[in-house]
Design a binder for this molecule. Structure first.
Ligand code: NAP
Length: 275
């Protein structure tokens, strides 16, 4: 892994075609528009009204999006729909070699599918902005942005795209998709499992909350706000996640066992003093 702070090429305004204009793409779009990039989008849902308000050209038909002269095609669909969405893209409509970028929260899966589906002349940049509308609501400064330059020939376009995040002050982390998935299974995935578990327990703020408990309530609220597709994608499309789920269960049982042992010890002591 390497942390970089500057890219040599000067940035330029990009024409970015977004595939999948769900909550995360909408969140990213606001900053890209503010920076002066030109956005177009196509999505399963009709976002014409929202796009008219935001200043994004919306295409009901993805053919038209791919035919437009885009510098970048930004894939923002759910993890689970990625294969289906990519395989249904009319890639023969592309007018010129284009940089494909994805922002999925798992990385080996999109890397493999993009390499399998895209024409050889398309460049591929796999990224994971490791923040969302809650953690990034006051700006992106010092927030982690992971990327792997999977197949890059057009350095200028790639650098200009990375500049979107770098210029907002993100911590730019270049690493392999495999490295990302290993670490994310042991960090982000665990966070989501704990958040979802707390939600199943229906935890609520009380009048005597400790700071620690406030953190748990916040965690619960932030994880359940995200779609279940996203959560299950973190599990189903990251080959390291299953082991981590088992580790959580083993660890929970160990903690429980320690408490039960202590309880038994105390009971035995009480019984022997009574005798
Ligand atoms: N939310 C975050 O904080 C965050 C942070 C980093 C990365 N990401 C990544 O960003 C991507 C989008 O996340 P999200 O939070 O917006 O929610 P999501 O539920 O993961 O994805 C929603 C997007 O997927 C599209 N979609 C879902 N099922 C589809 C299907 N069967 N066919 C076609 N399109 C389908 C939706 O299209 P329509 O809206 O048109 O129905 C929408 O654009 C995910 O890959 C996620 O891992 C999210």
């Amino acid at each position: 892994m390497s942390v970089s702070s500057s890219h040599p090429a000067a940035s330029r305004n990009l024409k970015i075609g977004i595939v999948g204009l769900g909550p995360f793409a909408q969140f990213l779009s606001k900053t890209m528009i503010r920076q002066g990039h030109i956005l177009r989008a196509a999505s399963r849902t009709d976002y014409s009204n929202l796009c008219a308000q935001m200043g994004i050209s919306f295409f009901r038909n993805v053919d038209e999006l791919l035919e437009a002269e885009n510098d970048v095609i930004l894939i923002c669909t759910s993890i689970l729909s990625l294969s289906e969405v990519l395989q249904s893209l009319p890639l023969h409509r592309l007018k010129r070699p284009t940089l494909f970028v994805d922002v999925l929260s798992v990385k080996e899966h999109p890397r493999n599918v993009l390499l399998q589906v895209l024409p050889e002349e398309s460049d591929v940049l796999c990224t994971h902005p490791m923040f969302g509308s809650d953690s990034g609501k006051d700006g992106w400064k010092d927030l982690n942005f992971m990327y792997e330059r999977v197949r890059i020939r057009d350095e200028d376009t790639c650098s200009s795209f990375l500049q979107i995040f770098e210029s907002e002050g993100c911590r730019m982390l270049e690493m392999s998709c495999e490295e990302h998935d290993k670490m994310a299974a042991r960090s982000q995935f665990i966070t989501h499992v704990i958040g979802r578990t707390l939600s199943e327990m229906e935890i609520q703020s009380t009048s005597i909350d400790t700071k620690g408990f406030e953190t748990l309530v916040h965690l619960k609220e932030n994880t359940v706000r995200l779609s279940f597709d996203l959560f299950s994608g973190l599990f189903l499309r990251n080959r390291f996640a299953q082991q981590e789920l088992e580790n959580i269960e083993l660890a929970f049982n160990k903690v429980k066992q320690k408490l039960v042992e202590k309880m038994n010890e105390e009971q035995n002591l009480n019984n022997s003093t009574l005798r």
